[in-house]
Design a protein around this ligand. Structure first.
Ligand SMILES: *Cc1c(COP(=O)(O)O)cnc(C)c1O
Length: 411
């Protein structure tokens, strides 16, 4: 997807310098082909069992990206009313949308019930009580899945670990059983599935295997009580290879999950990948503003910062950085930092690059997930533009914000 041709960096058939010249930097560019290929690989790995792939919108909620995946037949995983609206607008059918999150408001629950989504993922007993009230008032029966916290450490960064007992996510097995019994007795709830999601950027199959085993044990308990479910949703979190090179082995993951559910051949498997589908399809283009040498370090100050891409500052994430112009030996060890007034603000530390000068463009790789979607206007910086690369064409899919956007809504 990214190649040098005659010394310049291309995404598919598009010269990235041209895109940067046309739309300015910082600029997010996504390869349509790469998104479709990532989806195809995942679909292929899970082809032996009826599987619904629900794209986790928060990785990259741009309508054009979401619409691409909706067009592939994917469902959506949403975590807010805003994402639910986006998913519907992008063309996902309501019957393929699951809605999770520990703090859904009454208004969000009402929207979910009215739209008739596949399931509300319940994260607590009080939430179930509120959903039942909402469904009763609407004269509806809301399909639900309880999010089980399996007590499994996914071996990933603490900020994206969600399956251990000390996190806010899901409920323990005893509470889950109680909730399923209540749901089964309710005229306004229908227990249709079970859910679990252990974390993000997980690169080992083992924690999934353990979490799936905990889910399977609960499914058996429920069967013993006469409660049968339509689907088991084992969440997202499949990791991609950043600079450390580790990635989830998808065929092995599929085998592990299928094995755990082999007693229930008709139960639909649901998975909720976000990062896996978009991370590798995106680059963040940024322009070098200054080269700054201090007694201790060699800095490249660029026009993108943690307000555009927070992953390095927040998680210590290491994204590869390539110069737009190939050439020269990578002899310089530089810290690539942005303009934001925080010591944490950086895009890369100790990157090896050829000589760079002001005006040169750098590409920060694998930033198609949790890049733009976690960006902010911190330091009153307008958010970047986004483009979709389709073969040799470049389509602007979100215009760069302007200064007026910064004060819009202020009174
Ligand atoms: C964030 C999230 C996902 C997607 O995680 P990725 O690491 O992007 O695959 C899936 N399910 C739930 C419940 C989430 O919160």
């Amino acid at each position: 997807m990214l190649t040098y041709r005659r010394g310049r960096l291309f995404m598919d058939q598009v010269a990235l310098a041209e895109a940067a010249g046309r739309f300015g930097t910082p600029l997010y560019a996504y390869s349509k082909r790469a998104v479709l290929e990532a989806f195809g690989r995942l679909e292929g790995a899970f082809s032996r069992r009826k599987t619904l792939i629900c794209y986790a919108l928060k990785a990259n909620p741009n309508r054009r990206i979401a619409a691409l995946l909706a067009g592939c037949g994917a469902g959506a995983e949403v975590v807010s009313g805003g994402e639910l609206r986006r998913a519907l607008a992008a063309g996902f059918s309501p019957g393929k949308i699951v809605f999770s999150g520990v703090g859904k408001t009454e208004e969000e629950l009402r929207l979910a019930v009215r739209e008739g989504i596949l399931a509300v993922i319940l994260e607590s007993e009080p939430e179930m009580g509120l959903l039942e009230d909402v469904a009763r008032r609407l004269g509806r029966r809301a399909p639900v899945a309880v999010r089980l916290n399996p007590g499994v450490d996914a071996g990933t960064h603490a900020y994206v670990t969600t399956g251990t007992a000390s996190t806010k996510f899901g409920v323990d097995k005893v509470s889950a059983l109680r909730m399923y019994r209540k749901a089964a007795a309710s005229r306004h709830l229908a227990a249709t599935g079970i859910h679990c999601h252990i974390g993000s950027q997980v690169t080992s199959v083992e924690p999934y295997r353990r979490a799936a085993a905990v889910v399977a044990a609960l499914v058996r308990d429920l069967e013993g009580r006469g409660i049968t479910l339509d689907f088991a949703d084992l969440g997202g979190g499949m990791g991609v290879a950043y600079a450390d090179g580790l990635a989830m082995d998808l065929p092995e993951l599929a085998r592990a999950l299928e094995e755990t559910l082999s007693r229930w051949p008709n139960m639909r498997l649901v998975i909720e990948p976000g990062r896996l589908l978009t991370a590798e399809a995106g680059v963040l283009l940024t322009t070098v503003l200054y080269r700054k040498k201090t007694a201790k370090r060699d800095f490249l100050v660029v026009d993108a910062g943690m307000s555009d891409l927070i992953r390095p500052a927040l998680y210590g994430a290491a994204h590869p950085v390539w110069p737009e112009r190939e050439g020269g030996e990578k002899t310089n060890l530089v810290d690539i930092v942005g303009p934001v007034c925080e010591a944490a603000d950086h895009l890369a530390k100790g990157a090896r690059l050829p000589d760079c000068a002001a005006g040169d463009i750098l590409a920060v790789l694998k930033t198609g997930a949790y890049g733009f979607s976690m960006s902010s206007q911190y330091n009153s910086r307008p958010r970047a533009a986004e483009v979709l690369v389709d073969g040799g064409k470049v389509l602007l899919i979100r215009r760069r914000e302007v200064l007026a956007d910064l004060v819009r809504g202020e009174l």
